[in-house]
Design a protein around this ligand. Sequence first.
Ligand code: ZN
Length: 606
Amino acid sequence: MLLGIAGLVVIQNRQARCAAVPFLTRELLPNAALLPGEQPHMPAGWSAAAPGVELQGSAGKGFDYNHDGRALQLIGIGNYVQTPPITVQPSARYCFTGRALTDSAKRSATRLRLIFDWRDAQNRPLGVNMTDWQAVVLWQPEAPPDDWSAITGAFEAPADATMLLVQLQPASDDRVYLDAMHVQRTTDDQRPATAAQPLPLSVVDHRSPIAIAPWPNGYRAALSFSFDWETAMGGLIHSRSDDPNSTENPQARGLRMREGITTTLRLFQPLGIRATYYANGYNFLFGNPERRQFMNNPTFAWASKANGWPTNTWTTTPWFAKDPYGAIQSDRSWYFGDLIAPLQRAQQDIQSHTFSHFSGGDATTADWQRDLQTWRTVAAERNVPPARSLAFPWSRSNGMSYADWDALEAAGITSVTRTSWNPKQPQYRIVSAADPHCRPIPGHERILACPDFYLHSQETAAQALKLLDHAIAVSGTIDLWAHTEEVTSPEQIAAWGQVVRYAAQQRDAGTLWIAPLAEIADWQAAVAEVSIQESGVRSQNASDQLKFNVKNNSKQDMNGLTIMLPFKPKQVTVDGHILTPDSWLLNSTVLNLPAGQTLEVQAWPA
Ligand SMILES: [Zn+2]
């Protein structure tokens, strides 16, 4: 009798946690057994956003939780696994359970989240629910974990829902194995298994009559100009085979990188444009006669022919071995310390292209920590503040582990660019110029990844102009970049000049905000923390006045915050003070909202 009661209690707890309870609740997930279908290496009915998802577990390959010879491998921060369509009843509650494990090559645990994508009978999206990010345990040969991590989530189907798709999304490029996945109905009305409350159902095409515009001062899009700026010690001496200038003398290229400071400032200064110069560590040095050793002068085994280098030299040569240990006067291509003050005087932004110009996806987490710290140290010697923005060398963000992203976040990085764009590897892609918006890094949402476009020729200048028009059309943002060495020939300067002048025209017409990438990302992050509360009951009558509170929950003062109104205003007051007509634009009003403050806005339609 006692046993029976104890058993019952256990079953209820397992249901509350949404764990699989065989024989008691029916399996609703089609092909939960992961039986292969017509597609090779994929279970029938299952799908993925990109390559990197495949059946494993058979014949000792990979891992298998439930000993049936099958598990699913998932690789890539731009990827997800999607279940077959699950038939659901409106307003019923469903839970997903599964098991996950990572055998990350970088020895990093990672995270996953579940996305419940509800559809109606016509397969129209009704909105999504997302769980919190959930821990995925690390498998190590010398210390295997006691168990795989449980991944769970439970949500209620919206009215009209007839179908559910569950997506499993990773928060890094660490390889994950998924197994023992189940979907069941649950009658348990307690809170779902994840610690955080589920996000409210996001309804497609929901529009509030009052909205916050994405960019300040009524600008419709944001543009950043930036440069990867490297001495010979950057990507020049460490050049990869796919570098268009790889066969040239690194020192000649270093001198051109220098010259590019003069030529780009000449383009920007008359137009009052501020750009970002992504610098490596040696850019901050006046020389190195004292033979300082940086980052323990590492040797990187990944800098091999197999990974795209022309030779295997760097697999056995310490990374900074070619330092001439000289001074600027004798070795002008190796040290750019003299160029920092002129850039700062010109109000240009200096951010990180990493200290070492290493391959971020291949470097270890300890390499990252040393690199970020060393960059900060040498930058501080030239009075440059710690970097908040980082451009990945060679766009090699593919391979970033969860712990690597932790290291970037801990170092205060809030925006990244030059993330992996390789069209053959969409599983690693976070953003793309084709969809020009900065996006939070999955699992590290305080870091925004911003799309870029490589502007280095007359032909790419023409494409850049089209991209700018597109960014304006979709209220997006884009970074246009080159190496400073690529803005030195008359043709290159002409190509850049054409785009810079067009951008300045758009800015002067009130359409385009031009700012350093870090500031654009800061603004986007702060806008996401602005909330609007309508005070009192608003009638449906469009001629009635509007009264609402705007609160800036961010830590940034927001000057030029633009609020879209459902009408063209005749008068606007802020905390009772009448705004002058020039402070509102057509159908909008522009406010200065300090960090942490709330303003009460009233608007009367014209
Ligand atoms: Zn570079």
